[in-house]
Design a protein around this ligand. Structure first.
Ligand SMILES: Nc1nc2c(ncn2[C@@H]2O[C@H](COP(=O)(O)OP(=O)(O)O)[C@@H](O)[C@H]2O)c(=O)[nH]1
Ligand SMILES: [Mg+2]
Length: 266
C-alpha cells in the first residue's frame, strides 16, 4: 500500500491532459488481450472532437491485456491505464475507474467489445442536455448477441428483478451506461452492484432513462461468468437491494437558506 494515496485510488496522479475532460469513458477488463486494441481505438474514434479521457481498468489480468494497453498509450493520448494489484471483480474495476475519472459524466462499457462505442456519444450528449435530476441513461440491447442459454437466464433474472424492484430497466445487465459521476459515487458499493445501477439511482432520488443500443458477439476471449453463477449472485444481490430499499428514506428535496435581501435604504 502506498501511504501517499487513498487505498483504492491510483498511487500516482494521472498525467495532465490539456483541460478537464467533458466525459470519461471507463472500461473494466479482465483477460481481454484480444479485444482491447480494437476497443480502445473504437472509443477514441467515437469521441474524436470531444474533450474526453479513456480509462481502462485492468483487473489483474493474467494475459497480455496490461502490456497491450500500456503500448497503446503511445498511440492514444487520452488513454489512461489503471491496474488492480489483485483481481477484485467487474464492479470494483468500474468503481476504480469512476473514482479516477475527471469528467462530470462517465460512460461505462464492457471491455470485451460487445458494446458498440459508436452508441456512446449519443447517450453522453443526451445526459449532458438533461436536467440534473436525471442520473443515468442505460443502454438496452435490442438484439442480444449471446447464446440462447444466456439470453434465457438473463430474461428470467430481468423479469424477477423488475417485478420486485420496479426499476424500469428492461435490460439492467447491459454494460453500456452513462451516468453522472457524483451520483454514482453517492450509491452504496457492493460487489456486482453494476447490475443494479438503475435501482440504486432511483433509491438515491435520481431519474433514469433508457436508449436502444447495438450489441455485438464476443470475438475473442471468453465470458467471465457462467449462467448459474450469474443467476445465483443476481438473486442474492436482489435480496440485498430489497433490504437497501427498505432502509431508504426520502427527504423530498433539500433547500438551503439564503440571507434575506438587504432592505431599502439600509
Ligand atoms: N475488471 C473485471 N472485469 C471483469 C471481470 N469479470 C468480467 N469482467 C469484464 O466485464 C465485462 C463483461 O464481462 P463478460 O465476461 O463479457 O460478461 P458477459 O458479456 O455478460 O458474458 C468484460 O469487459 C470483462 O472483461 C472481473 O473479475 N474483473
Ligand atoms: Mg461480454
Amino acid at each position: 500500500m502506498n501511504a501517499d494515496s487513498a487505498p483504492f485510488a491510483p498511487a500516482s496522479p494521472p498525467e495532465r491532459l490539456p483541460g478537464r475532460p467533458d466525459v470519461s469513458i471507463v472500461a473494466p477488463v479482465f483477460d481481454e488481450e484480444g479485444a482491447v486494441d480494437t476497443l480502445a481505438r473504437e472509443i477514441a474514434a467515437a469521441f474524436a472532437g470531444w474533450r474526453h479521457e479513456i480509462i481502462f481498468v485492468d483487473d489483474a489480468s493474467g494475459d497480455g491485456t496490461g502490456a497491450r494497453l500500456a503500448a497503446l498509450k503511445a498511440e492514444l493520448p487520452a488513454l489512461r491505464v489503471l491496474t488492480h494489484r489483485r483481481n477484485a471483480g467487474q464492479s470494483r474495476a468500474i468503481r476504480t475507474g469512476v473514482l479516477a475519472a475527471r469528467a462530470p459524466i462517465v460512460v461505462m462499457l464492457d471491455g470485451d467489445g460487445q458494446n458498440d462505442p459508436a452508441d456512446a456519444p449519443r447517450l453522453a450528449r443526451a445526459l449532458q442536455a438533461a436536467p440534473p435530476g436525471l442520473g443515468l441513461i442505460g443502454g438496452e440491447r435490442r438484439v442480444r448477441r449471446d447464446s440462447a442459454a444466456k439470453r434465457w437466464a438473463s430474461s428470467l433474472a430481468n423479469g424477477v428483478r423488475r417485478r420486485l424492484l420496479d426499476d424500469r430497466a428492461a435490460d439492467t445487465g447491459c454494460g453500456l451506461k452513462v451516468f453522472r459521476r457524483d451520483a454514482f459515487l453517492a450509491l452504496p458499493y457492493f460487489d456486482h452492484l453494476h447490475r443494479y445501477l438503475p435501482a440504486l439511482m432511483i433509491r438515491e432520488g435520481y431519474d433514469v432513462a433508457f436508449e436502444p443500443v447495438n450489441h455485438r458477439p464476443r470475438h475473442s476471449g471468453r465470458s467471465k461468468y457462467t449462467n448459474l453463477q450469474r443467476l445465483g449472485v443476481a438473486l442474492f444481490d436482489l435480496a440485498g437491494v430489497l433490504w437497501l430499499n427498505a432502509r431508504a428514506r426520502d427527504p423530498g428535496g433539500v433547500d438551503e437558506a439564503t440571507l434575506p435581501a438587504p432592505s431599502e435604504g439600509a
